[in-house]
Write a protein that binds this ligand. Structure first.
Ligand SMILES: C[S@@+](CC[C@H](N)C(=O)[O-])C[C@H]1O[C@@H](n2cnc3c(N)ncnc32)[C@H](O)[C@@H]1O
Length: 211
């Protein structure tokens, strides 16, 4: 079946999540994906330390900052930490530390990430990272970022901590599910309403807890 992709401007004009993102001052519509996941599974709690992989432009970090209370806006609740990382530049956000122009698959990045996290063991790692190329290379990149993410979670996530990550329902899905089940208990798959519908690809987002 041929993929139907609308021109970006028309698509955005017609998209209720784009309109709502403006109203709520979110940096992009993907905020609603994380809101839906977290409203359902309650993974982000005040006082938690969070790593946001592929954080630009910063909408997931905005949600995390609010939910883990990393600005200390709620004086009655514990204060958490949010560290975001991306290949691109991420504009500063109150309550978050950003590592712009860093690659999650680069081992040097890990040491820098941990320096920014108190106790060095995050409660939650989340990733909305997307492959950036097309064709065969896209699959290689998907594999690289997803496996790097599971590797990161295995190394640093606290026991009982959560990983929220996007993956593609394609050739690697089975291999990925096997790997996730080996490291995590409670692997759940959600397909948030805010995921774009007009392509033939689906973007399930597993939510998992470390064994
Ligand atoms: C869909 S966007 C993320 C949107 C973000 N969750 C938000 O709410 O603003 C995907 C991001 O993943 C980043 N990315 C892809 N591969 C990466 C890598 N290897 N290391 C770090 N970031 C990466 C891209 O640069 C892109 O900014």
């Amino acid at each position: 079946m041929q993929e139907r992709v609308l021109p970006i401007s028309v698509r955005q004009l017609n998209d209720p999540f784009v309109k709502s993102a403006h109203v709520h001052n979110y940096r992009c519509r993907s905020a609603f994906k994380l809101l839906e996941i977290d409203d359902k599974y309650k993974l982000l709690k005040p006082g938690f330390n969070v790593i946001d992989c592929g954080a630009a432009p910063g909408a997931w970090s905005q949600i995390a900052v609010h939910r883990v209370n990393s600005t200390g806006a709620n004086g009655e609740s514990p204060r958490g930490t949010v560290v975001g990382i991306d290949l691109l530049h991420i504009a500063p956000l109150d309550g978050a530390h950003f590592l712009s122009n860093h690659d999650i698959t680069d081992p040097v990045t890990l040491a820098k990430l941990l320096e920014l996290l108190p106790g060095a063991q995050p409660h939650v790692i989340m990733s909305d990272m997307a492959p950036n190329a097309s064709g065969f290379k896209e699959m290689d990149h998907e594999k690289l970022i997803t496996m790097s993410l599971i590797d990161l979670a295995e190394k640093v996530l606290q026991t009982g901590g959560s990983l929220i990550c996007k993956y593609w329902d394609g050739a690697l899905a089975h291999q990925l599910q096997q790997k996730l089940s080996a490291v995590f208990r409670d692997v759940r798959t959600v397909n948030p309403k805010a995921s774009r519908k007009e392509t033939s690809v689906v973007f399930p987002c597993p939510v998992v807890q470390k064994k």
